[in-house]
Design a protein around this ligand. Sequence first.
Ligand SMILES: Cc1cc2nc3c(=O)[nH]c(=O)nc-3n(C[C@H](O)[C@H](O)[C@H](O)COP(=O)(O)O)c2cc1C
Length: 332
Amino acid sequence: MLKTRFTELFGVTHPVVQGGMQWVGRAELVAAVANSGALGFITALTQPSPDALAVEIARCREMTDKPFGVNLTTLPSISPPPYAEYRDAIIESGVKIVETAGNNPEPHMPAFRAAGVKVLHKCTSVRHALKAEAVGVDALSIDGFECAGHPGEDDVPGLILIPAAARALKIPFIASGGFADGRGLAAALALGAEGVNMGTRFMCTAESPIHETVKQQIVDASELDTELIFRQLRNTSRVASNTVSREVVSVLSAGGAFDDVRDLVAGARGRKVYELGDPEAGIWAAGMSQGLIHDVPTVAELVDRIVAEAADLIQGRLAGLCAGSDAVLVGS
Ligand SMILES: Cc1cc2nc3c(=O)[nH]c(=O)nc-3n(C[C@H](O)[C@H](O)[C@H](O)COP(=O)(O)O)c2cc1C
């Protein structure tokens, strides 16, 4: 219904993406997204090993025959996971679309290129997008300050970042951060993007493999209910506001060091949030788009609704604004 350079390039029906999400981007959700005609990404590092990732990819294939991808997040780390082995597991599994994020994708590009894998690189600034374009990625996903997870350190919201990217980039890109409905999709297209990427909105779907209590917490939350942790460490992350994230903010604001919050931010605690359904168990990512999320639909209902709403807006309200004689006055 909405054909863009993005849908053409990746061979999907809808210009809507479910980006990688630690502990959330598992086969059930990704297959549901693929079956809806959108593009979903299994999160590689949610799997404990490259072999386990291969099993997860096979499991997803059992649930869909539509295209899907894998997210490979290569954040700088003191003891990094074996990124090259995860990359090779993706390639050997025959997956043809990868979402890279967290760092410059250059070291992985030759292997992806040789295997005919299309790379959608996610980043948070125009300069990083230009760099990724120069190293040969196929498309970009540009995360504004609104987003869940890592918004970078520039604090530029999508309303500025997306048109700035449109002016600078040659390859297609999608807008990410703060999108949850058809209004957002129509706006992203108007700003020059070829589609949208969503995280928080897809967490809150029937097929999302997290505890129902956490989904309800997102429904109940507003756009004000997030915290930016790790600002002082220049490794900012937007997470759900809870007792743990507020304590992290307070310790670091008072001059604390990473060691002082290490236990609070442990990934194992964050994972418990989803498994036990305890939103206070640890740190978990959530974006400002929480304020636009009011239900827990199936993925298919959600994607159909967003695309239909955007198409209605474009063909109806927006086209209508141009149809009358006022438009001639405005344009003349
Ligand atoms: C729970 C959660 C976990 C995430 N984990 C990752 C990740 O591991 N790698 C990544 O590239 N992005 C990750 N993200 C970011 C999303 O892929 C996406 O860029 C972001 O959610 C967009 O903002 P939105 O939540 O406002 O839609 C995560 C987001 C959420 C909500």
